[in-house]
Design a binder for this molecule. Structure first.
Ligand SMILES: [Zn+2]
Length: 126
């Protein structure tokens, strides 16, 4: 039987999106619902404005209903760093991989070309 820690250790990278799955615009305030178990966040303002009309209050990623949100400061920092990369290199696509060692692996030209950037821990040294 695989316990939770072994399961975590087996994850080498996670595909994330720097744009909100609701609007496809850059995520401003990165949040997820209180019951969400995924790393991907969505934009709070987009979520509230779309649900003010449709009243579903479902996470756009896992579909769990939620009225309570958790702000994710790690994801916010990740987005800030990723946007710096996009400023430097306009070819970098909106999706990226976060590797187990906190390296960012960017996608270019429809995923054919990757670069690695160690940016989260090193911050402004880019
Ligand atoms: Zn969710």
């Amino acid at each position: 039987m695989i316990d939770k820690q072994e399961e975590m250790n087996s994850i080498e990278q996670v595909l994330l999106n720097s744009v909100c799955p609701i609007t496809m615009c850059p995520i401003g305030e990165a949040v997820r619902g209180e019951h969400c178990t995924h790393l991907q966040c969505f934009d709070l303002q987009s979520f509230v404005s779309i649900n003010a009309k449709h009243k579903r209050w479902q996470c756009p990623i896992c579909n769990k209903r939620t009225l309570i949100f958790n702000r994710d400061l790690f994801f916010t920092d990740l987005l800030k760093g990723f946007m710096r990369l996009q400023d430097i290199d306009a070819q970098v696509e909106d999706k990226f991989y976060l590797e187990y060692n906190l390296n960012i692996k960017t996608l270019r030209e429809r995923g054919k070309y990757h670069d690695r950037y160690r940016m989260i821990l090193e911050g402004d040294k880019l």
